[in-house]
Design a protein around this ligand. Structure first.
Ligand code: FES
Length: 125
């Protein structure tokens, strides 16, 4: 289940049920204060680099690696619900990760976000 929005709810609650072993756990990786409006932050979670993007009261999390040519996305433009890779211009939907132009058919890896007590937790697969 993917819920990049920073709202609390059943889709963004930490896993605690008996069948939750197949779902990734939420891991706190930053404070909301470390990610001002319009800013980005790249953080390692295990071996994966995760890019956090704040747009208004929402925080989106994705792998900091464009699926087109495996370049970092940090610093790429975020606007109108998409991120535009700064390398070759591929654009990806911030909620689904699906590409929205013809540069690549590969999807961006998107992670669920949980905002609680001014902390940003992400469920990295
Ligand atoms: S590496 Fe992102 S569009 Fe080519």
């Amino acid at each position: 289940m993917q819920s990049p929005a920073g709202k609390s709810g059943p889709d963004s609650a930490p896993d605690s049920g008996p069948d939750s072993s197949s779902k990734p756990a939420f891991v706190g990786i930053a404070k909301l204060a470390d990610l001002p409006e319009g800013q980005q932050l790249s953080v390692y979670v295990g071996l994966k680099k995760v890019l956090l993007c704040r747009a208004g009261d929402r925080v989106f999390a994705m792998r900091d690696m464009c699926p087109h040519a495996l370049q970092p996305l940090l610093g790429s433009k975020v606007e109108n619900g998409v991120i535009k890779c700064q390398k070759h211009g591929a654009t990806f939907d911030l909620v689904s990760g699906r590409p929205t132009n013809g540069v690549t058919n590969a999807a961006l890896e998107i992670y669920a976000v949980n905002l609680r007590d001014e902390s940003i937790a992400v469920a990295v697969r």
